[in-house]
Design a binder for this molecule. Structure first.
Ligand code: RTP
Ligand code: MG
Length: 141
């Protein structure tokens, strides 16, 4: 088992649903420590840079329009196997296919508006965490 850090974003749809507090609670109750948090409204260009791995996907334009449509809440969480555990807690990309009890099942609307993002690998986390946070903004707990 390894202690990992992962980048989670509460997406604009879930911010609008007043789900920020509940999503943080769910993650913290799963032994994940909150090390960093802020609220930002990404520009279209910033959203495109964040999701650059998807630049050739058909949903890239729609995804980056949505992610720049309102404020979102990026956070860093730390814990044992945090990357894969957070992905499980969040559930499948399509909220309709997400397991009962997952965050996307509870707060997602459709595959585009699915409430949360989480890093999918150590390589992704290494790109995504410094995208939003510098060293002074990440706090050891
Ligand atoms: P995320 O990166 O946001 O945590 O989501 P994910 O890993 O579960 O899914 P990924 O394949 O990385 O896709 C990134 C986001 O693009 C949107 N998407 N739309 N219309 C579509 O078929 C489609 N497929 C993906 C979703 O919002 C997904 O979260
Ligand atoms: Mg992804």
């Amino acid at each position: 088992m390894a202690v990992e850090r992962t980048l989670v974003i509460i997406k604009p749809d879930a911010v609008k649903k007043n789900a920020v507090g509940d999503i943080i609670r769910i993650l913290q109750e799963n032994d994940l420590k909150l090390l960093a948090i802020k609220m930002v409204h990404l520009s279209k260009e910033q959203a495109k840079r964040f999701y650059i791995v998807h630049k050739d996907r058909p949903f890239y334009d729609e995804l980056t329009d949505f992610m720049s449509s309102g404020p979102c809440v990026p956070m860093v969480f730390e814990g044992e196997n945090a990357i894969s555990r957070v992905r499980e807690i969040i559930g499948a990309t399509d909220p309709a296919k997400a397991a009962e009890g997952t965050i996307r099942r509870k707060y997602g609307t459709d595959v585009g508006r699915n409430a949360v993002h989480a890093s999918d690998s150590p390589e992704s986390a290494a790109y995504e965490i410094p995208f939003f946070f510098n060293q002074l903004e990440i706090h050891q707990q």
